[in-house]
Design a protein around this ligand. Structure first.
Ligand SMILES: Nc1ncnc2c1ncn2[C@@H]1O[C@H](COP(=O)(O)OP(=O)(O)OP(=O)(O)O)[C@@H](O)[C@H]1O
Ligand SMILES: [Mg+2]
Length: 113
C-alpha cells in the first residue's frame, strides 16, 4: 500500500469498497492515519456506514457529529445517512409547499418524495 501511494503523490480520493468484513473501515482509518500523521498530508476519512465503525476505531462517538479532528491534518467524518436523507426530504417538502402555496403536501406526492 505504501508503494501504491508513493507512486501516486497526486491522488486526491481513495475509496475502499467490497463485500462485508474485508477490511474497508480498518484500511480507511489506517490509510488516513498514515497519510496525515506520518506523511504530513491533510486527510479526511469518512464513512456512511450506520454501524459507526470509525467511532470504534478512533475510540470516540463521532456518529452524525460532523467533522472531527484527531491530530494534525487528520479529520474524520461519520455521516448519519438516515438523518441526512430525512433532512433532504424535509427541504424538498418545504420547497413544494412554497412553490404551490400549500399548507400540507398531498399524501400521494409526499409518498413519492
Ligand atoms: N489488513 C488486515 N489484516 C488482518 N485483519 C484485518 C485487516 N483489515 C481488517 N482486518 C480485520 O478484519 C475484520 C473486518 O474489518 P473491517 O471492519 O475493517 O471490515 P469492513 O470491510 O469495514 O466490514 P463491514 O463490511 O462490516 O463494514 C476486523 O476484525 C479487522 O480487525
Ligand atoms: Mg466497515
Amino acid at each position: 500500500m505504501r508503494e501504491f501511494f508513493e507512486k501516486r503523490p497526486d491522488l486526491k480520493v481513495v475509496i475502499y469498497a467490497g463485500k462485508g468484513g474485508l477490511g474497508k473501515t480498518t484500511c480507511s482509518a489506517a490509510t488516513a492515519y498514515w497519510l496525515a500523521i506520518e506523511r504530513g498530508k491533510k486527510c479526511l476519512c469518512f464513512s456512511t456506514d450506520p454501524q459507526a465503525s470509525l467511532s470504534d476505531i478512533f475510540e470516540k462517538d463521532i456518529f452524525g457529529k460532523g467533522v472531527q479532528s484527531f491530530g494534525p491534518g487528520l479529520y474524520v467524518l461519520e455521516i448519519d445517512a438516515d438523518k441526512r436523507i430525512a433532512e433532504y426530504q424535509e427541504e424538498i417538502r418545504h420547497k413544494i409547499k412554497e412553490m404551490y402555496g400549500l399548507d400540507e403536501i398531498p399524501k400521494e406526492i409526499d409518498e413519492s418524495t
